[in-house]
Design a protein around this ligand. Structure first.
Ligand code: UDP
Ligand code: UDP
Length: 467
């Protein structure tokens, strides 16, 4: 009897396509979602756009595919287009998004030939407006995976109703999104604040609008972390036309996400080391690096600092001694570990020696810090990171010195200030206990009867019934 049931179940297993966009901040949550779906007997087709921007993406994809051989991997070979006709930006990750946009019609044969036919596609938040016409023509339900916070989502879905962000920023200090506390203009990503002719600004606004036409929005957050915002969104208080919003986070890191070993960390005392990283695509200025290096030294703590000198890893070839400075590097090596390579971040965050995380507050980094119960010193650099930092502060799992501002407009933060904030993070027992409590809430959310598990299972149930 039980055999028959298993057989029938596998026959009716939904088949879902996943389409991440550019950069590790988008690819990582998609890979983790793929694994979560596979674990629930969903068949997964993973579509990735090639050539990819960074080496990190290539490596993450190939190690994922070796670990999960049941996934069907499909390539979207990007068209070559005249740079003159593409998005006017020198950011390689945005240029890549634009190439996917221009190549999106090539998805059609991939999607329509899927066997068994697709129950749904999950499209990255930055590709919705380009992909919707394709999936609509094929009558494939299109869901969005939003890879940032629910608070950031309130901005995205309201953006088309704000007449002109730039003009508004000149007239007021804060934006009033319905159902939300006012949001200071200084938190808003600069791309939204460009004028009406700006391609990227228009593209972001268009994407926000297109999300309304999707079947649903999955988001890598959870009830206990963003309860009020999730409620306001799902109660239609932010925008009445919002499709179903399904918190499915935290998407847990995967077992194969391991690095080169952490012998140095193994020798350190519990919770004694500061981990410093600004994610996969943020280089800080060399001047700021020197202040940070001096700040780490004068904090008195041991540290693991991942240095990034260029936005794209392939361009980041210069020696650490040249980038940070030989004399400073000599002193840094006496107290800590400085690396200039890809690290397995979750492996670091879960190590007993890590006592705090100086982060730019990319959404995945915050979720991973929560997953491991590590307190945060928020140091946002651009994009959604101030909005995300505000959630760190409000939840009590970290601190944020808002006066440090955006690096593009503010002078480098001085070493003494950095040292003082690091000490504050490392010595605050309250932060530590709140981070521990949030870790527990995160793990409960994806436990068998957790709120995020329920949301995902209901969705899978829906696909099964429709299949
Ligand atoms: N990451 C990593 N090793 C690195 C740099 C980044 O594993 O050396 C991972 C990090 O754990 C996260 C992702 O890359 O999963 C970066 O995403 P996030 O949203 O934190 O920031 P972004 O890089 O998009 O600014
Ligand atoms: N964004 C996106 N995909 C990306 C990078 C950014 O959808 O690959 C979104 C994201 O929500 C971000 C916003 O666009 O917050 C603006 O990002 P950007 O890094 O351009 O911010 P800026 O540097 O303009 O402050």
């Amino acid at each position: 009897m039980s055999r028959t049931v298993t057989h029938l179940d596998s026959m009716s297993a939904p088949h879902v396509a996943l389409l991440p966009s550019s950069g590790m901040g988008h690819l990582m949550p998609f890979l983790r979602l793929a694994a979560a779906l596979l674990a629930k007997e969903v068949r997964v087709m993973l579509i990735t756009a090639h050539p990819m921007v960074s080496e990190a993406e290539n490596e993450a994809l190939s190690s994922f595919l070796s670990a999960f051989d049941k996934v069907t991997s499909e390539r979207l070979d990007l068209l070559r287009i005249d740079p003159e006709q593409s998005m006017a930006t020198d950011d390689p990750f945005y240029r890549h998004i634009d190439l996917i946009r221009c190549s999106s019609h090539l998805l059609s044969p991939l999607l329509s030939s899927a066997s068994p036919p697709l129950s749904a596609i999950m499209t990255d938040m930055s590709l919705v407006s380009a992909v919707l016409p394709v999936t609509r023509a094929l009558a494939i339900p299109n869901y969005v995976l939003f890879t940032s916070s629910a608070r950031m989502l309130t901005l995205f879905v309201s953006s088309h109703r704000i007449f002109n962000w730039k003009v508004m920023a000149e007239e007021t200090d804060e934006v009033q999104i319905p159902g939300q506390e006012p949001m200071p203009i200084r938190w808003i990503p600069s791309s939204f604040l460009q004028d009406e002719n700006d391609f990227l600004r228009n593209y972001l606004v268009e994407n926000g609008r297109s999300m309304m036409e999707s079947e649903g929005i999955l988001i890598n957050t959870f009830e206990d972390f963003e309860h009020d915002t999730l409620k306001a969104l799902n109660d239609g208080k932010v925008i009445s036309t919002l499709p179903q919003l399904i918190p499915i986070g935290p998407l847990p890191p995967l077992d194969h996400e391991t690095g080169i070993g952490l012998a140095w960390l193994d020798d350190q005392l519990s919770q004694s080391v500061v981990y410093v990283s600004f994610g996969s695509r943020t280089a800080i200025s060399r001047n700021q690096m020197r202040e940070l290096g001096e700040g780490l030294l004068s904090s008195g703590f041991r540290f693991l600092w991942v240095v990034k000198d260029k936005k794209v890893d392939r361009d980041d070839g210069e020696e650490l001694d040249m980038v940070v400075g030989r004399e400073l590097m000599t002193r840094l090596r006496e107290r800590g570990l400085v690396m200039k390579s890809w690290v397995a971040q979750n492996e670091i965050l879960r190590h007993h020696a890590i006592g705090g995380f100086v982060t730019h507050c990319g959404w995945n980094s915050i979720v991973e810090a929560i997953w491991n119960g590590v307190p945060i010193l928020a140091w946002p650099q651009h994009g959604d990171q101030k909005i995300n930092s505000s959630l760190v502060l409000r939840s009590g799992i970290g601190i944020w010195e808002e006066r440090w501002g955006w690096p593009i407009t503010e002078p480098a933060v001085k070493a003494e200030k950095i040292a003082a904030r690091i000490k504050e993070m490392m010595c605050n027992e309250l932060l530590r206990s709140r981070a521990r409590a949030m870790k527990e809430a995160a793990r409960n959310a994806i436990a068998i009867d957790g709120s995020s598990t329920k949301g995902l299972m209901e969705l899978i149930g829906l696909w099964k019934n429709e299949g």
